[in-house]
Design a protein around this ligand. Sequence first.
Ligand SMILES: Nc1ncnc2c1ncn2[C@@H]1O[C@H](COP(=O)(O)OP(=O)(O)O)[C@@H](O)[C@H]1O
Ligand SMILES: [Mg+2]
Length: 234
Amino acid sequence: MSPDWQSTMTRAEANNLLLPGRIARANLVPRHKELGFAAWRTDYGDEYDDARIAAFKAARAYATDIIATGLKKARNMILMGNTGCGKTHLAHAIIVNLAMMGFEIRRENYWTMTRNIRSTYGRGSQDDETESTILDLAGSIDVLLLDDLGPGALHGSRDKGATDHERRIARDIINMRDEAALPTIATINLKRGELETWFGETVAVSRFFHGAVEADLFGMPDMRDAENLKSKGE
Ligand SMILES: Nc1ncnc2c1ncn2[C@@H]1O[C@H](COP(=O)(O)OP(=O)(O)O)[C@@H](O)[C@H]1O
Ligand SMILES: [Mg+2]
């Protein structure tokens, strides 16, 4: 039987009604409206504009492919590069475009998520948010953006228990999404070999990279400097 709404509105109209809730639940960066494909610049006039064009095309094609063929055939997308090169910007553009086409999306900053999970330990079981509710959502959402996957600036100076915990969370999410054949977009400021070293094994990493679309932005300058200049009117 067709859903009720089909008698009164089109699928696109229904989708438009559902979009604000979908965006509100997605845990996006607050200024996410600035982080669309339309705001992506390739005219800085430095030696990296070609790489920006290539990354943009890869990101847009990735979103278009999922829209055309659905989740079942979707691959992962991995945006790699140093801080400020635009990884989160492009990843946001992808997931927001997918939300507009009806996919449920969620962003998790990897560091915030692992910290949130740890902070649920030892709380009463009546608490709404537990490790399993956070992980189940990250494992089952249509499209997940895992932002800044990998060790942060404090790596090495932090206790081993915390590092092991963070690696386990990453492995669990990768495994859950792999088994469910759901696509994940990750931003990483490590090269693949460094990611493997941090993980301490290659299995989860090779599973994650298998068939993935990769955009390599290493070597690019930190564009926050350009944004700062712009906002100061220079
Ligand atoms: N090609 C680009 N066009 C427009 N803005 C960009 C571009 N590259 C980076 N930025 C901007 O620079 C800032 C840093 O980008 P971000 O995506 O947060 O970097 P990363 O996630 O790689 O650290 C953001 O404000 C982003 O919108
Ligand atoms: Mg980022």
